[in-house]
Design a protein around this ligand. Structure first.
Ligand SMILES: Cc1cc2nc3c(=O)[nH]c(=O)nc-3n(C[C@H](O)[C@H](O)[C@H](O)COP(=O)(O)OP(=O)(O)OC[C@H]3O[C@@H](n4cnc5c(N)ncnc54)[C@H](O)[C@@H]3O)c2cc1C
Length: 398
């Protein structure tokens, strides 16, 4: 197990955050459990971090333990792929520390369908199930069979089946275990869930083609939504569309000492070549900073008629209406490239309204000021308070 000096600015995609008292990288399953258990037993703040792509941490020193799982193996427990009959399911298991896009690349190369639309999402397999990552018509929930976790409360390893994970829009039972309300941390476990993911077992389909599930992607591929295409072509198109929107992480981070070895070297090299055209100012973000609000019918009725509306389910299980955070932000007057003042070190991406970016040397308060300005402006205009998607540590963004 490695224990080195580092800061959150070194290990997060937005490159913000203070020094860490103790940073450990266990290389075994028991090592992960012991590191978590030791911090919990001593009552120390514990942050199990993956790729650091969905966190915004204060610049103040973190007086606790940060654990980053250094296990990255992918295995295929099914000995042979099914070749006949209707059931073409192939199980794949990945350890929590495996880079998510390395996993997608592996599955696509193996001729498996189910995660190709999630190409290019930064982070790890472990965190993918925490917030149920989704993009381009796919989410991880639809291909997860079970998740092996360390339960910090019961102090036991458990195997949680997909049915128990209560997956929803950017939500799961794992994520819910660290919040008492949206953006309001629960006292006990935050900023790490009660359940620390050790590995994930996916049920994928043996098929070299996948479904194009999203309009923008279909347009890029010149096909209709619902058409089947080669999964490799879908993956390449997703990566191209993401690059054009500045929604790929900055691959130069993997050349930094604190990130070395966390992603497959060949894929880092490919990503570095692909990102040359992305302006540097757009490369350091947490991706989409705000969740798309899910409103009651009454709240949705207050929005202008032209505001986007999609069917959705409220946290209480009742039918709701999902609107677009990007639309609200733009129509509240915060356009691409917006900054709170001319010298601001943080700003909205010039390519994507929803991404708050560190333009270089931004601190947590620069990002917080921008986020609050946008939240206040949207609330003032539309009566809707936007909820941040990243895990905010050391200060509050309600
Ligand atoms: C450029 C960019 C684009 C993005 N695009 C998308 C997108 O299209 N769709 C989408 O859904 N998200 C997107 N994201 C957000 C982010 O990539 C995902 O949320 C990702 O799953 C976070 O993974 P991570 O390993 O970086 O998690 P981290 O940021 O390291 O951690 C996030 C949370 O997960 C917890 N966690 C991490 N590992 C474990 C574990 N092993 N067990 C339990 N808890 C754990 C942490 O404690 C923390 O609470 C994007 C981010 C960026 C920077």
């Amino acid at each position: 197990m490695l224990a080195t000096m580092t800061s959150f600015a070194d290990i997060t995609t937005i490159a913000v955050g203070g020094e860490i008292d103790r940073f450990v990288e266990p290389t075994t399953r028991v090592g992960v459990i012991e590191a978590v258990e030791e911090a919990d037993a001593k009552g120390l703040p514990l942050f199990v971090i993956g790729g650091g792509s969905n966190v915004l941490v204060s610049d103040e020193p973190f007086h606790g333990v940060v654990v980053r799982d250094a296990r990255r193996a992918i295995t295929v427990p099914d000995e042979a792929a099914p070749v006949e009959g209707d059931d073409r399911t192939v199980h794949v298991n990945a350890e929590a520390g495996c880079n998510w896009d390395d996993f997608v690349d592996y599955c696509v190369r193996l001729g498996l369908e189910g995660v190709e639309g999630l190409s290019g999402i930064p982070g790890t397999v472990g965190a993918s199930v925490v917030q149920n990552i989704g993009a381009y018509g796919q989410d991880v929930a639809s291909s997860v069979e079970s998740v092996e976790v360390w339960d910090r409360k019961d102090k036991a390893v458990k195997n949680l089946h997909a049915d128990e994970l209560r997956f929803g829009y950017r939500m799961s039972a794992l994520k819910a275990s660290m919040y008492q309300a949206p953006a309001v941390p629960a006292g006990e476990f935050f900023p790490t869930p009660r359940y620390v993911v050790l590995s994930v077992t996916f049920a994928l389909r043996h098929s070299s083609t996948g479904v194009v599930g999203y309009g923008q992607l279909a347009k890029a591929l010149g096909v209709e939504v619902g058409d089947r295409m080669d999964t490799k072509e879908i993956r390449d198109a997703v990566l191209r569309v993401r690059a054009a929107k500045g929604m790929l992480e900055d691959a130069t981070r993997y050349t930094r000492l604190a990130m070395q070895g966390t992603k497959k070297a060949t894929l880092v090299a490919t990503a570095l070549r692909a990102q040359n055209d992305t302006p540097d100012a757009n490369r350091h973000s947490c991706g989409s900073f705000f969740m798309n609000p899910i409103l009651t019918a009454e709240q949705a009725a207050m929005l202008p008629p032209e505001a986007p509306r999609f069917e959705a389910v409220l946290p209480n299980g009742e039918p709701g209406v999902k609107t677009s955070a990007a639309w609200l932000i733009d129509h509240a007057g915060f356009h691409k490239g917006y900054t709170v003042d001319d010298d601001a070190k943080a700003g909205l991406s010039t390519l994507h309204t929803l991404a708050l970016t560190n333009r270089g040397q931004a601190g947590s308060q620069d990002v917080a000021k921008l986020a609050k300005t946008v939240q206040d402006g949207v609330e003032h205009t539309f009566g809707v308070r936007l909820v941040p998607e990243p895990v905010v540590v050391g200060f509050s963004l309600r």
